[in-house]
Structures are given as C-alpha cells and as structure tokens.
Design a protein around this ligand. Sequence first.
Ligand code: ADP
Ligand code: MG
Length: 238
Amino acid sequence: MAELKLTSARKSFGSIDVLHGIDLAVRDGEFVVFVGPSGCGKSTLLRLIAGLENVTSGEIHIDGERVTHLPASERGLAMVFQSYALYPHMSVRKNMGFALENMGLKPAEIEARVARAAAMLRLTDYLDRKPKALSGGQRQRVAIGRAIVRDPKIFLFDEPLSNLDAELRVATRKELASLHAGLGGTMIYVTHDQVEAMTLADRIVVLNAGRIEQVGTPLELYNRPANAFVAGFIGSPR
Ligand code: ADP
Ligand code: MG
C-alpha cells in the first residue's frame, strides 16, 4: 500500500513563492501525472515529495505516516530523472544493483532483483555492457531499472522521456504503461507534454504558476475543463 497526501504544501526560495499551498491525495496504485508549463513548479513539487527539498510549510504523509521532515533515504521512494546519470565505468548490472549493496542486501538477493527488473525492461542481454555501449532508450530503461530494483513504495519520474527522440518516446511511454500494469505501484510522473499526460495518467494534476488548476481523469479534463487555462493546455474546445 502506498498512498500519498499533501496538505497545504508550500515552497519558497528566499522571497519567491514557487508553490502556493498544494492539497493532493494520491491513491495506492494510481498513475498520477503532473502537467503544466515550464517553470510552474512541477519538479519542485516532485522534489518535495521525494524529500530532496523541504517544504516551507504544510505536511506530507505516505501511508498515513508523517514524512514531512524525513530525509529522502527514509521515505521508501525512488526517483527517475530526465538525465539518466548512469555510472559510465560500471556495467548495467552494477548500475542497477549498486544502490542495493549500500542498502546492505545480500548478493543473491541483489542478483535476483536485477535479473527480474532486467527481464521486465528487456535488458537481460545487456547486463554486462557499459552505458556507452547502449542506445538512449536502453540507457533510460537502465535508469528505470535502478528504481525498480529498490522496490519503492512510490515511483517518481521527472520528465524521463524528454531526452529521447519522438519515436523512442512513444515506445518507452508504452513500456512505462505496461510496467505500471505489471508492477501495480503508485507512480507520480512529471511532464510538460500533454499527449504523454493524456495517455499515461489515471488522473492528471494541472499546475500553473505554483497552483493546482484542476485534478481529474484525462476524460474529465478534456470534457469538463475547470477554466480556460486547463482547456487551452489540455487542448479541448471550449
Ligand atoms: P518546472 O519543473 O515546472 O519547470 P520548477 O519546479 O523547476 O518548474 O521551478 C519552478 C520555479 O521555481 C521556477 O521559477 C524556478 O526558477 C524556481 N526554482 C526552482 N528551484 C529553485 C531553487 N533551488 N532556487 C531558486 N528558485 C528555484
Ligand atoms: Mg522540471
């Protein structure tokens, strides 16, 4: 079970208010997409959830437990970034298993988790390669694999496909959808791409200038946009 709840979550950097009080409840197993224009606060919101930034005020709960001031390493989440940041000198196997060594897992358990994630991501034949001998799509799958092996309560993705070309983006998007179907984990996914949001999300959170404009299923947002901003952003006629 992995529910997430944000209550009046605010974030300021110095005198600049970036998030103005976010209230949001994400259900166990839900695929929620944060969408909005560049600079609206999507990454900051994800980083607050991850524990990579501290809220200025407000609360964060995961599975009913208050995690507002817990460090990232104790929240049981895994984040996949836009820049995959793989270790160039390590094999795919090592890239995927490295964090588990630090968590103190036994070698056999690490090997089993890496093998399972590699099979899921069609990386089994590439485990001994170095990142430079992989395609962009394969590298991004390794980055996703690194999150999967940690068996996180919640997956956080920050524009994971934005460095891929259009064709690969569609293919990887489909993989993510089937991954979610297979794993059943709670996923929070940031993008500025409306098509990505509409195709992946159980529910979409539309952000604008540090505020939530609307939360709803893709169909609800398309059919009943709350305002002109949502209508314009999602692309429905209004
Ligand atoms: P998005 O991911 O939606 O493009 P961000 O969350 O990265 O937006 O940024 C939202 C706003 O917060 C931007 O105006 C950005 O410049 C500002 N911001 C983000 N991180 C910092 C920081 N560490 N210090 C100061 N301002 C920041
Ligand atoms: Mg961002």
